[in-house]
Design a protein around this ligand. Structure first.
Ligand code: F0G
Length: 499
């Protein structure tokens, strides 16, 4: 049976021009940025796939609602709309707005973590772990082993390994575990979901030990979509219904509204326990703002309330994840190694595999992201050893198994043609990946170093040696792409499926 193609469930009403600089200008820009795509000015970027955070296009309804901002210091009408939307779709009792996700993480960590505590979680996220550690806690990864294998095709690689969790609880003692941190659609694993079945089992385990579960619900809607599509018995349920069940299996959540909730700024902390929520409200006044605005303008809260309603619509989420899958499939078809299955919010390139000549100590993913920018003006980001940082006890660099470059897709912003151009750029780069040069730190910040670090190539001054330089290649042997052959990728011609 043939099915019609789907199309984006919206039409475009306002456009923002894109600019493309010359390759020479991009080479200058990346050098000035210390070979860190976070430090490249947006004006120098062609297609911006740095992050899906705060980069969504808002709907006409959201923009219209911003004119209805009630900018009262206390008790803004928009706060009550947000509270109502969060309660309806996430189901928690107490809703506390924060300026963004890490604001909520800060409050939650201060509230519940005491020095020496252990916080198990399904793979670290950078800001989440930073706040847990600043509060004196220790993060322990209890995600299943499959999450660390980019080629493993399991449908729920975000699942928690209950044996690992049990071991941590035995070692640390339940009393020293303030909560288990469960992340939906695990970011650093490549946007991989947790199943309802696993979450229910974690809930039962935590109930037996009297331990709370706090959800990082930042991409819980995308996780709900994967549950609907992949988990037995879930295909007839609505996204909203699944989302409510996911949240009902936890005691509260932190949420960056800048992702699923389709806004450019905002977040929230939810807690079912009234007494804890009261304490959290008291902390919010110190760090974010009064508990009815938490660092946001009234108009921001209104846009988030409407974004939440839009985010659970089936046609929205299908198109959002469908676009990511479209890009991923193009790359798979061309033989580019990416994390499988294709994730919810982006396509993750396996940089370690693409650049076997660059040792881990020379940060292949950081180099690949910089080289992709030089090659095409497409901005991606490193998700590997630079993001992982250092071991606090020994000071040694951490080398997670995954050394990835994330092509993160903003919601409702780019078209299918942009995905084609992105795929063409990555495939072209993969053809002469031997020309990418490793990097070394020239400046390493103390906290969340990947945001502001600066690097230099380990040899020469360029991260991507030009074609035809032959013996000048990073590996000391030319890949052959200069001479028009293609070793790494054989099927660039499979692109442009619309033709
Ligand atoms: N949790 C997860 C899983 C995230 O991906 C992020 C942000 C946060 C918490 C923090 O939220 O940025 O609103 O303070 N992720 C962004 C990214 C930065 O690019 O993945 P925030």
């Amino acid at each position: 049976m043939s099915r019609r193609s789907w199309a984006e469930p919206y039409k475009i009403k306002m456009v923002e021009p894109l600019r493309m600089m010359s390759r020479a200008e991009r080479e200058e820009a990346i050098e000035a940025a210390g070979f860190n795509t976070f430090l490249v000015p947006s004006r120098a970027v062609y297609i911006d796939l740095l992050t899906d955070s705060g980069t969504s296009a808002m709907s006409d309804r959201q923009w219209a609602s911003m004119m209805m901002g009630d900018e009262a210091y206390a008790g803004s009408e928009n706060y009550f709309h947000l509270e109502e939307a969060v309660r309806r779709h996430y189901g928690y009792r107490n809703v506390i707005p924060t300026h963004q996700g890490r604001g909520a993480e800060h409050i939650l960590s201060r509230l519940l973590i005491k020095p020496g505590d252990t916080v198990p979680g399904n793979m670290y996220f950078t800001t989440t772990k930073a706040h847990q550690e600043l509060a004196g806690g220790r993060f322990v990864d209890v995600i299943g082993d499959r999450a660390h294998d980019p080629d493993d095709e399991s449908p729920f690689k975000g699942n928690i390994d209950l044996f690992k969790l049990e071991r941590v609880v035995k070692e640390a003692g339940a009393a020293r575990i303030p909560y288990v941190c469960v992340q939906c659609n695990v970011n650093m694993a490549g946007g991989q979901p947790i199943s309802l079945e696993n979450l229910r089992a974690v809930r039962a385990f935590c109930d037996r030990h009297g331990i709370r579960i706090m959800l990082d619900a930042t991409r819980a809607v995308e996780n709900a979509y994967f549950i609907q599509q992949r988990e037995a018995g879930q295909s007839e349920r609505s996204i909203g219904d699944i989302l409510l069940e996911v949240c009902s299996l936890s005691d509260g959540c932190t949420n960056s509204g800048k992702k699923d909730c389709l806004v450019n700024i905002g977040g929230f902390l939810c807690l079912n326990d009234d007494a804890l929520a009261e304490e959290a409200r008291n902390l919010v006044v110190v760090f974010e703002g009064l508990h009815t605005y938490g660092g946001l303008a009234g108009r921001d809260m209104e846009a988030m309330a409407i974004g939440i309603e839009e985010s659970v619509q089936q046609d929205h989420i299908r198109a959002r994840i469908g676009q990511v899958e479209y890009l991923g499939r193009l790359l798979i078809k061309a033989g580019v190694p990416i994390v499988r299955p294709i994730g919810g919010h982006g396509v993750f390139l396996n940089a370690a595999k693409m650049l076997p000549h660059v040792p881990r100590e020379q940060f292949p993913a950081q180099a690949l992201a910089a080289a992709l920018y030089v090659e095409s003006g497409v901005r991606a980001m490193e998700r590997g050893a630079v993001s992982a940082g250092r071991d606090h006890a020994t000071g040694a660099n951490l080398y997670p198994r995954l050394e990835l470059v994330r092509l993160t897709i903003p919601r409702r912003v780019y078209t299918q043609a942009h995905m084609d151009v992105t795929a063409e750029s990555v495939i072209e780069l993969a053809r002469h990946a031997d020309h990418v040069v490793g990097l070394k730190f020239t400046h390493e910040p103390k906290h969340l170093r990947f945001f502001q670090a600066r690097f230099a190539p380990v040899v020469g001054s360029k991260v991507l040696r030009g074609h035809g330089e032959g013996a000048g290649c990073a590996s000391g042997r030319c890949c052959g792409a200069c001479r028009g052959s293609s070793r790494v990728v054989s099927a660039a011609s499979t692109l442009n499926p619309g033709a």
